[in-house]
Design a protein around this ligand. Structure first.
Ligand SMILES: NC(=O)c1ccc[n+]([C@@H]2O[C@H](COP(=O)([O-])OP(=O)(O)OC[C@H]3O[C@@H](n4cnc5c(N)ncnc54)[C@H](O)[C@@H]3O)[C@@H](O)[C@H]2O)c1
Ligand SMILES: O=C(O)CC[C@@H](O)C(=O)O
Length: 410
């Protein structure tokens, strides 16, 4: 399919060691300018590279702030090759007419498996036993070592990952209690806790699976840790902002908690060569992992294909289905017409001004699709026009006050 400018001129910038499956997906769709970086870029370099990129792919490290997005004038879409999208200012991207896509399920199972494995390891005191053996020690003892069977697992955030963790934990004979701000269908024998406090007071193991939102920031602080049972265990594979890490270190040091497994941190290194620091470093009863809950080869390969396919579909066809910050439009193919995309501020009279462009140009509209939210409108118009006419229509639409982005797909 011929696009408003040749696909070989569309620059795709993929950061943070995104799977090669993404590169393959772009190449198979005809995109040849795909650049893959193993790390996040320092801010100045990121700014320069974003100014040239049409499509950017990131994971959880790269922060796309309003200032960075505003100067990325060529940017048509952002792909978060992960579940979390808190690293992108979604409202700013929307205001600028840039849809953001992610992979909402592709690493769910990987996180769930790790969490259940960690619960078993912590209940058996394996982290400290492992360290001791490495140091030449030997304590063959059942002291502080428990089966998972019959223990209460408290899941905070009963969404995609939380429910998977619950299903796996029940298969081990654990009793599952969950807390969520939404009413949720309980799977298996899981039951909803009366409140977060209730869950914290009842659970032997607490595992966190909430997104990073203003309400979840520091939701587990000194007070919540104190509510947890003496000798309980905490697992955090959600976001580093959810737990007050100093309070957690203090609860572990005084022996109130018997152990923890932490995969996400308030400050994380930019890449594999950078240094990691945390108040939890050196605690033998704590499993520390470098934000790899979703990092299995299976998950990363699937994420690469899923997010790259969504970006290709938007770039080729205009479809915004499953965008996380944008009016969603599912579009059919348009083999016999030119397709014009118009993204605008949602102000009164916009649609009639767009339609005037077509009536003034005496061009017949084959199909029109419109979706709006409170701030942004997205109109897709298929017309029977040749390349020159379509370009002229696009230029006239671009001149309408309130226009954010226009494109033409031939
Ligand atoms: N460690 C990793 O590598 C890794 C991998 C994938 C996802 N994650 C993180 O895990 C998070 C959860 O992923 P998911 O796919 O299960 O998301 P999800 O959206 O399916 O589930 C999140 C759940 O949390 C609930 N929730 C939101 N705010 C809450 C609050 N204040 N109190 C209680 N519940 C609340 C939601 O209602 C929802 O049910 C992601 O947002 C991401 O930050 C981490
Ligand atoms: O791969 C990453 O960097 C993020 C993984 C995880 O936190 C997610 O949000 O999917």
């Amino acid at each position: 399919m011929k696009t408003s400018f040749p696909k070989q001129d569309i620059r795709v910038l993929l950061l943070e060691g995104i799977s090669r499956s993404a590169v393959e997906t772009f190449r198979q769709a005809g995109y040849s300018q795909v650049e893959l970086h193993p790390k996040a870029l320092p801010e100045a370099e990121l700014k320069a590279r974003l100014a040239e990129a049409h499509i950017v792919g990131i994971r959880s490290r790269t922060q796309l702030t309003p200032a960075l997005l505003e100067q990325a004038r060529r940017l048509i879409a952002v792909g978060c090759f992960c579940i979390g999208t808190n690293q992108v200012d979604l409202a700013a991207a929307r205001r600028l007419g840039v849809p953001v896509f992610n992979a909402p399920y592709s690493n769910t199972r990987s996180v769930a498996e790790l969490v259940v494995a960690e619960a078993i390891m912590l209940l058996r005191g394996i982290p400290q036993k492992n360290v001791l053996c490495h140091r030449g020690g030997w304590t063959k003892s059942a002291e502080g070592s428990y089966e998972a069977r019959g223990k209460v697992l408290g899941i905070v955030g009963y969404g995609h990952i939380g429910t998977q963790v619950g299903v796996l934990a029940e298969s081990l004979g654990m009793r599952v209690l969950f807390h969520d701000i939404e009413a949720k269908l309980a799977l298996g024998n899981a039951r909803a806790a009366a409140s977060l406090d209730d869950l914290l007071e009842c659970a032997d193991v607490v595992t966190l699976h909430v997104p990073d939102t203003p309400a979840t920031r520091m939701m587990i602080g000194a007070e919540q840790l104190a509510r947890m049972r003496q000798g309980a265990l905490l697992i955090n594979a959600s976001r580093g902002t959810v737990v007050d890490i100093d309070a957690l270190a203090a609860a572990l040091l005084r022996g109130h908690l018997a152990g923890a497994a932490v995969d996400v941190f308030p400050i994380e290194p930019k890449g594999n060569d950078d240094r990691f620091a945390s108040p939890l470093v050196g605690m033998d009863n704590v499993i520390l992992t470098p934000h790899i809950g979703g990092s299995t080869l299976e998950a990363q390969e699937n994420i690469g294909i899923e997010v790259a396919s969504k970006l290709v579909r938007y770039s080729d066809n205009g479809s915004t289905l499953s965008a996380v910050n944008f009016p969603e439009v599912a579009l059919p193919e348009h083999p016999h017409s030119r397709r014009l995309l118009h993204i605008h501020r949602n102000v009164p009279g916009m649609l009639s001004r767009i339609n005037e462009v077509f009536s003034a140009g005496n061009v017949n509209i084959d199909a029109q699709f419109l979706q709006t939210d409170a701030e942004v409108g997205y109109v897709v118009i298929d017309v029977a026009a040749d390349v020159v006419q379509a370009q002229a229509l696009k230029d006239r639409m671009a001149a309408i006050p309130g226009t954010l982005r226009t494109r033409v797909l031939y």
